[in-house]
Design a protein. Structure first.
Length: 340
């Protein structure tokens, strides 16, 4: 179907049926079909629709697109680098002005983000879709040189014109801002340190926007202080390699401050063939796939803990000196977006 078709024929189909059919289509088709009529366009741009479309496409297309990401448009004021991605939306920062924006590479639309309420350095840690509210929210982190304390602000993309400061946490000194933070079941997690110097995890419910501090586990396994933040089957964890085992402290229930320890034994024969695994950074365990990254060589690997298969999912060209950001293309749209 193309633009200019008889709107009566388009409207003759039940809206529920149109919605169902469109939700299974690839984004390349949706990009064309949103010009058919206003109803189709509005439907395709709804957050509920775009999220459903991405879930359904994942059943038939599990590949992740990768885009080389350090773009210079020729104008120094538009020199952007990508920070993170979420449902086809890329968070970009201008190196000269330190201002942020979000961009959809598929539709080539951008939305400039308002500045945070703090004049000092601020870093946007997270852009995520909150399932319970069907909203996209961002979390910004800042550190106050005067009070020597940290704080967070939240922005609902396409709705808020200013950032909203959050109450608490009161015991936070600073966070591990090199880690973008994680979101599981609409709860944002980030590792930090208390004023006393203890390692803690900040847990922020993205619906209620209430936070809780959870003390990091002490000595649950050897070398726990070297553990890195990772995902463990949909939960926040800190994992590290200890000899021939992957040890992970998993936050089973943040409301009860309940931690658990899980281990994965790596086959000795496998380590003999792939000794480099010990040196890789653990990203997490998704299903039965252990994901690791070799940041030095820019390689992304998966190890199947059941079959022992080890394969490189992605590697940058040998000459590449730019960062790469993985994203899945989508039709996500926010109010106020403009063509780039």
């Amino acid at each position: 179907m193309t633009p200019g078709n008889d709107p009566q024929k388009v409207d003759s189909l039940p809206h529920d049926l149109i919605f169902e059919i469109l939700s299974w289509l690839p984004v390349e088709s949706l990009l064309r079909f949103k010009t058919v009529c206003k109803f189709w366009r509005d439907t395709i741009q709804e957050h509920y629709f775009t999220n459903l479309n991405m879930r359904r496409r994942s059943l038939i297309d599990i590949d992740i697109m990768w885009e080389e990401y350090e773009r210079d448009s020729g104008d120094d004021t538009k020199f952007f680098t990508a920070g993170s991605s979420c449902n086809g939306i890329l968070l970009e920062r201008c190196r000269l002005t330190n201002k942020y924006r979000v961009r959809n590479p598929l539709t080539n639309h951008v939305l400039q983000l308002p500045s945070t309420n703090h004049t000092g350095p601020a870093k946007i840690l997270l852009t995520r879709f909150v399932v319970r509210t069907q909203e996209y929210k961002m979390v910004s982190y800042h550190w106050d040189k005067t009070t020597k304390r940290s704080g967070f602000e939240v922005l609902t993309i396409g709705t808020d014109s200013t950032w909203r400061p959050l109450d608490g946490p009161t015991n936070l000194h600073f966070v591990d801002h090199e880690v973008a933070g994680r979101l599981y079941d609409d709860v944002f997690y980030v590792r930090g340190w208390s004023i006393a110097g203890d390692q803690i995890v900040i847990c922020l419910d993205m619906v209620t926007e209430q936070s809780k501090e959870v003390a990091a586990p002490l000595c649950l396994f050897p070398a726990w202080r070297n553990a890195r933040v990772s995902e463990w089957r949909g939960k926040f964890s800190m994992a590290t390699m200890v000899e021939k085992q992957i040890h992970a402290c998993v936050l089973e229930d943040y409301k009860k401050s309940k931690w658990g320890v899980q281990k994965i034994v790596i086959a000795e024969l496998f380590l003999k063939d792939h000794p480099q695994l010990i040196e890789y950074e653990i990203v997490g365990l998704v299903g039965n796939k252990l994901r690791v990254i070799d940041r030095w060589r820019k390689m992304y690997w998966e190890y199947d803990i059941n079959t022992g298969n080890f394969r490189c999912k992605y590697s940058a060209p040998a000459s590449a000196n730019k960062r790469f950001v993985g994203y899945t293309p989508s039709m996500v749209y926010f109010r106020g977006m403009q063509p780039e």
